[in-house]
Design a protein around this ligand. Sequence first.
Ligand code: SAM
Ligand code: SF4
Length: 465
Amino acid sequence: MKTTTQTDRFLDYSKIERLAKATKPDSGRLKEILSKAEKLNGLNTDEAAELLAITDKESINLLLKTAAKVKNEIYGKRMVLFAPLYAGNHCTNNCLYCGFRAANKDIHRIKLNMDQIREDAESLISEGHKRVLLLSGESGHYPLSYTMDAIKAIYSAEVKGAKIRRINVEIAPLDVDEFKTLKKANIGTYTCFQETYDPDLYKVYHPTGKKSDYDYRLNVMHRAMEAGIDDVGVGVLFGLADYKYEVIALMEHAADLEAKFGCGPHTVSVPRLEPAPGSAISEEVPFPVSDDNFRKIISIIRIAMPYTGIILSTRESVDIRNELFQYGVSQVSAGSRTTPGGYSLSGEKENKQFSLGDHRSLDEVINDLTNGGFIPSFCTGCYRKGRVGNDFMDLAKPGLIKKFCMPNGLVSYAEYLTDYASEELRDKGYALIDEITENVQSDSVREMIEKSVKEVKSGVRDIYL
Ligand code: SAM
Ligand code: SF4
């Protein structure tokens, strides 16, 4: 492993620029790339770049079909659910797209204290959530000790014996020693979006504050992994630069992590720029990404990085979310608020980070997922069993996501149905669990699911493989 308190730009920008202008493949070459993808070995950036260039309906349909196949082969029907928890919205940065930026004087600034964080977590637990993403702005208001305490407060929250079982963290980049401290708080994934990989545009969108240092942000995952954080989540804020450039750069980023640490990112997030209070560029998106191109992006990431989770947030509308579940998305937020204290404080003041496209409650999302035949999953088994980082990837590759995650997902879904769902949803959900269980090929896995679901119905909680 190369240790990396590096500040170098490990990306080859001329290669990224060249590939962003790649021409589309002819039909023979398209079939060749897609049949390679179907073997679940991923794609290189040259191949992904060719796919990014396709525009005709027929080729796009072939791509979507391949992505759906890869998604189903590796992840089956499981969909992991989580909720963001915003601890505070003070920020010394000036990201032009964000409602929290320092120059926005019209926003009401809030920093939750530990009791308020616990209350927010309790509201989420009462709805049935088990996985939380903890976020904040970047400011002296939120030193690492505050984040450490916030994590403790969330893990300590309890409602009728139920608790949050996994906390992922999305805070401003840390140095290696700080990441070593963060690791001790028992976090799941550390997530941070590069926003844009284009260094010139990055400078424009991040004029002042610590975040204006492109290289410090670019190397954040190298520092996190060097500090021993096994699961990291990368992402791009689509709309800030040419989407082709961003997807290729993101793949190169992932490849560099894999080359240096033996494991690429655990997840990729795909936010699109949404309207934010007081942000002109969020109203007039510099490089808008159409729904058609967004489908293409997600499908290409799915087949190029088949074992990396794709996270879609409630920034997107219900319709596009439901559609994208098929083509590659494996984790979704649900019932989200982007205001600090959004689940427990009365939020009459304007203090949100950006607008949401999906306002459904967790229960409504689960109802819709159930109608679509998906398995809503709150599973936290892999991380609690130590199947993280490289170990997770080694297990995922021979198809064990299905072997572990599908049964764990079903059992966590049964828990939700028993403890939180309406009678109608409960009946429908149990019928879906029975149907999926009956079709499980392996006798031992099927028996394990049947036994665990029975135990859940009789009151046992938190069963996982
Ligand atoms: N403040 C930290 C940072 O910037 O890394 C923590 C995460 S910030 C609260 C979460 C993410 O929200 C940012 O990385 C950015 O990509 C996204 N975001 C900000 N403004 C947005 C907008 N208008 N639409 C969609 N996403 C936005
Ligand atoms: Fe602050 Fe993060 Fe918003 Fe930028 S994106 S202004 S760093 S909260």
